[in-house]
Design a protein around this ligand. Structure first.
Ligand SMILES: Nc1nc2c(c(=O)[nH]1)N[C@H]1C(S)=C(S)[C@@H](COP(=O)(O)O)O[C@H]1N2
Ligand SMILES: [Mo]
Length: 354
């Protein structure tokens, strides 16, 4: 069972060990359209598996007309596409939950936008011929471990309809270089618009199945639940969120901000996996004004925003909030689901103006 720990009890060593293995993106990294490799956040449940690219094969099995076994060269010789995609971990922002679920203790930095190169998943499924009985496709990574006392390889599924979306890639490059080991070498699934857990790294098997997949990472780990008895609903697409690059200069180690009085250009990024971002507002002590919103870097990538704040000396609480094309706006108070998944509470940045 997932243990709960309260904030009052402090940070546990296992949380700290996870936090040093799985780093976030420094928020000032939002200045780059494409996050440099090494700054992109990381989430690795088990160990990075050791894979020899020359003997590695991707197997496509199950309810198909023809099973396939593809080498990395086979995959690289297929039609290729490069897509800038913003990924966010479904647990981003979870440390503000109290008591919180013991897991990777993210602040707000579990984000990144990379240019991923790969071949369309749909093309491979067409080549193997999906049979009529098929309902889902299960993606299996080479990494294995225990979670909630269940030993398993990291696995997730997607419906057949979802798999047909043209933007879903089997990616072998990140920012023009072969995938680094920590991001899924030699091949990963990349599902634009969905929270990161869907994009299975170290992919080794694609199995077409005739019933919904009930593996741990699908049926219990990524769900919006009220409590342990609530079956809940699956976590899927990324909810609307804006973040700001913390302005001015930080204090070490508290990271509290100090800025000089006068015109302060605030900037950041906003993204959403269900519809375009249509508005970003900046709040200064709870008074909200529209920020200037620029076009997205690409359809599935974040957009930039900026706002000029006339800062006078004093203490302030800055915030930013985005609205998507369906009218969803980030909440000022979060309703926390049991595992702290998919929250999009407004970021707050305390600032001293001198
Ligand atoms: N095989 C495998 N795939 C995985 C994971 C994992 O632990 N194992 N973590 C998932 C989660 S929860 C996230 S948020 C993203 C993180 O991708 P990144 O580390 O490349 O940023 O990978 C997903 N794919
Ligand atoms: Mo994640």
């Amino acid at each position: 069972m997932t243990e709960l720990v309260s904030r009052a009890q402090g940070v546990r060593f296992d949380e700290l060990a996870l936090a040093t293995r799985n780093h976030g993106m420094q928020l000032e990294g939002m200045r780059y359209d494409i996050t440099p490799i090494g700054m992109h956040y990381l989430l690795i449940h088990f160990d990075i598996p050791e894979i020899d690219a020359s003997s590695w094969r991707l197997r496509v099995t199950g309810y198909v007309e023809r099973e396939l076994e593809l080498s990395l060269d086979d995959i690289r010789s297929r039609p290729a596409a490069t897509l800038p995609v913003t990924l966010e971990c479904a647990g981003n922002g979870r440390t503000r939950m109290d008591p919180r679920n013991v897991s990777q203790p993210w602040g707000l930095e579990a984000i990144g936008t990379a240019a991923w190169t790969g071949t369309a998943l749909g093309g491979i499924l067409d080549d193997c011929g999906i049979r009529d009985e098929a309902v889902e496709v299960v993606f299996t990574g080479a990494d294995r471990g225990f979670q909630d006392n269940v030993e398993h390889n990291y696995q997730r599924s997607l419906s057949i309809d979802e798999c047909r979306r043209p933007e879903i890639l089997l990616a072998y490059e990140m920012n023009g270089a072969p995938l680094p080991p920590q991001h899924g070498f030699p091949l990963r699934l990349l599902v634009p618009g969905w929270y990161g857990m869907t994009s299975v790294k170290w992919l080794r098997n694609i199995e077409v199945v005739d019933r919904p997949f009930t593996g741990l990472q699908q049926a219990s780990a990524y769900r919006y639940q009220r409590d342990a008895d609530d079956p809940g609903v699956p976590v899927s697409r990324i909810k609307v969120r804006a973040l700001m690059i913390p302005p001015g200069i930080p204090d070490y180690p508290s990271r509290r901000r100090t800025v000089d009085a006068g015109a302060v250009r605030l900037r950041g990024r906003a993204w959403c996996g269900t519809s375009p971002v249509v508005r970003v507002e900046v709040g200064v002590d709870g008074v909200w004004q529209d920020a200037h919103l620029e076009r997205s870097v690409a359809e599935f990538a974040w957009c930039s925003w900026s706002y000029t704040w006339q800062a006078r000396p004093g203490e302030y609480l800055l915030g930013c909030r985005a609205t998507d094309a369906e009218g969803n706006v980030q909440p000022a108070e979060q309703f926390w689901n049991r595992l702290g998944m998919g929250n999009n509470l407004i970021q707050e940045v305390p600032v001293t103006v001198r």
